[in-house]
Ligand binder design. Structure first.
Ligand code: WTA
Length: 647
């Protein structure tokens, strides 16, 4: 029986989907003129939004100051981020701020009200202070999806410490590199977490990562009941209980760094993307309010892990800033069965559901009875993020999950942009499969050629952002001004280079994907360079190249071509190298396949022609063989690929 009925928020007109009259009645923003109004004076527009949406201790002197490649929003303004997320909702202390769903079904979900969250954040802020954390210090957080992750992050913002969250599936080596870059004195982690029914240990990786680093104390959440002994270790909940229950919020300048979040770099070293306080808050708040139409009584579930920007902004900060309820889930999407997610939606009456195309594609392959059995009539808005979504997956999501009654909001953005920037607003429409939409009011994106000149309408080009840059945009790369300039500001004059390709379709932006070496593997961002670097470090490897290959569910998977220093490759060496990648970065980066070859195709100047490898993988005729110093290599690689077909 199909239970997925409910209010119809979408209607079909002229072959397109539009918000229905009911949607227009309930939604926060329905007026299309907002785009023109904002474009007339974007700075004033954002000033008005920041004033209306946030609580400031002191208003700013200047709305926007630009001295490229840097720019500032709300200069002179003072605020505290945790006050905006928690304290100001205390007029409703019993409203639920957070629902935590543990993976084991025998454990009950935990609800934390705004009143309780206030208490816990204050206490943990005092724990941090007692352990010597001061304003401006970096705190590393290596936690799974548990409530303590949110408490720890908010506590940092309360005292003006900078949090640096590292994805819990990253390896000890990856964590260590990030700790070293930020010089954290404190690491907050857990003994482990549950994944597909098994306890995953985290603490061993945390111990290894902190050897010979600046970390003096490790605060550990007890999740799987593992005993952790040693002078360095403190128990999260015991310390929290002991602490004083009030911590005066530190008033921060709008421009002060609130957090750093690392993304893969074009070399082996990850880049610490810097986000400020006031600008990030303004964009997080308003994108939640308008894209996801969040009202305080809504429950939002963003399935992203807290270790990624989507987890920061939409599993946590955005919903809390708006005073709504956010749900986080600890475990595997199809554990103990493929009905788990849909049951979570049903049981918690989720109104706004936000996930990635890779998850949608995965569920398209399972028996639809798991979905049809659940009552998802509470849903009002569906969102997607992370990679282009194809029409078939969009329609499946729209019909199967949304019952054909909820808009799918395809949000384009990046770690660097802090919050969403290109999408259609649910009260305005139209909702067109595969098309993201318009620049968020008060921001502007253009499609240009490689010199920055506008492309003729409808032609594909590079996506760039124009001044004034969105308030949530990055404010630099931690400890690396050159990288910041080189990555984002070198290609175009006075425009931010997104590194994405796009074109206009009936006035709406359609994203075509990255134009650099960034891959999206099951929604996780990774560069081929970082992976090549990791493989290169192995003593067996002489040379190596990594290219992404299209994958039905994951979107892309990395494929490695390896030249061994000596001897031939084997299944055993392939396994060894894959495990080596797990150790260097984490299983998310593990190559789908490793081909052992004699020689990589290179130009006279020694540049590896990855384009040729890509063509060979997808069975296309490789172009540009003339420029190679070793054209013979190509035929031999093809033979290796053919010999491995089906393996
Ligand atoms: C891609 C994730 C198409 C894009 C928030 C971008 C998308 C990169 C979309 C950033 C979308 C994100 N349609 N592509 N709706 N959203 N992307 O930093 O290539 O993990 O540059 O941030 O994801 O990935 P990141």
């Amino acid at each position: 029986m199909k239970k997925n009925k409910g209010i119809r928020y979408v209607v079909k007109k002229d072959g397109k989907f539009w918000p229905s009259d009911v949607m227009k009645k309930v939604v926060n923003m329905t007026d299309e003129r907002i785009y023109d109004k904002a474009a007339k004076n974007p700075v004033k527009f954002w000033e008005d939004l920041a004033r209306e949406g946030l609580t400031w201790e002191k208003e700013w002197d200047k709305g926007y100051v630009e001295k490229l490649p840097y720019f500032k929003w709300f200069e002179g303004g003072k605020l505290n981020f945790s006050v905006n997320c928690v304290d100001r909702h205390l007029s409703h202390p019993d409203r639920v701020a957070l629902i935590w769903v543990p993976e084991p079904t025998k454990e009950k979900p935990i609800k934390i009200t705004y009143g309780e969250l206030y208490n816990k954040v204050n206490k943990f802020a005092n724990v941090l202070k007692e352990n010597g954390v001061k304003r401006g210090d970096v705190v590393s957080i290596y936690l799974p999806m548990v409530p303590q992750a949110l408490i720890a992050m908010l506590a940092c913002t309360r005292i003006g410490a900078i949090h640096s969250v590292v994805f819990s599936a990253f390896s000890a080596d990856a964590l260590k590199a990030r700790i070293q870059d930020g010089k954290a004195k404190i690491l907050i982690t857990a003994d482990g977490y549950y994944r597909r029914g098994e306890p995953e240990k985290l603490i061993d990786k945390a111990k290894k990562a902190t050897e010979k680093t600046t970390v003096k104390k490790i605060i550990v959440v007890n999740r799987i009941g593992k005993k952790v002994k040693g002078k360095k270790f403190l128990d999260f909940d015991t310390e929290l209980e002991k602490a004083d229950s009030y911590c005066k919020p530190e008033m921060m300048n709008s421009e002060d760094t609130m957090f750093i979040l690392y993304t893969s770099g074009t070399t082996g070293k990850p880049k610490g993307v810097i986000h400020d306080t006031g600008g990030y808050a303004a964009q997080s708040y308003w994108t939640c309010k308008w894209n996801f139409d969040l009202h305080p009584e809504d429950v939002m579930w963003c399935t992203a892990d807290i270790g990624w920007i989507t987890g920061h902004t939409y599993a946590m900060y955005g919903p809390l800033l708006t005073g709504a309820t956010t749900l986080i889930y600890e475990g595997g999407p199809d554990y103990p069965d493929p009905g788990r997610w849909w049951k979570i939606i049903q049981d918690n009456k989720i109104n706004v559901f936000y996930t990635a195309p890779t998850a949608i594609r995965m569920f398209m392959g399972v028996d639809s009875k798991w979905i049809n059995e659940c009552d998802m009539s509470s849903l009002r808005i569906l969102g997607t993020v992370g990679e282009p979504i194809d029409e078939k997956s969009w329609m499946w999501y729209f019909n199967k999950i949304g019952g054909g009654r909820c808009p799918v909001i395809d949000t384009w953005w990046q770690t660097e942009t802090g919050g969403t920037l290109i999408n259609v607003l649910p009260g305005i429409g139209p909702f067109v499969p595969t098309v993201s939409g318009k620049s968020f009011p008060g921001t502007e994106h253009v499609i240009v050629d490689n010199k920055g000149k506008p492309m003729p309408k409808g032609r594909q080009g590079f996506l760039a952002q124009k001044s004034p840059f969105a308030p949530g945009m990055l404010h630099g790369v931690y400890n690396n001004h050159e990288k910041y300039v080189e990555t984002y500001w070198k290609k175009f004059k006075k425009m931010y280079d997104t590194s994405d390709g796009a074109y206009l379709q009936n006035g709406l932006i359609r994203i075509t994907g990255r134009t650099d070496d960034v891959m999206k593997v099951a929604g996780h961002r990774l560069t081929t360079a970082e992976l090549e670097n990791a493989i290169h470090d192995n003593k067996l490897v002489g040379d190596c190249a990594v290219v992404p290959m299209p994958h039905k569910i994951k979107g892309q998977v990395p494929i490695a071509f390896v030249v061994l220093k000596k001897g031939n490759g084997s299944k055993k060496i392939e396994k060894k190298l894959k495990e080596y990648v797990d150790m260097k970065i984490g299983p998310t980066a593990r190559p789908g396949k490793i081909f052992f070859i004699e020689d990589l195709p290179k130009t006279r100047s020694g540049k590896i022609m990855r384009r040729i490898l890509k063509a060979l993988l997808i069975d296309e005729e490789p172009q540009g063989l003339m420029t190679l110093i070793n054209p013979d290599s190509v035929g031999k690689i093809k033979d290796v690929i053919n010999a491995n077909k089906g393996s």
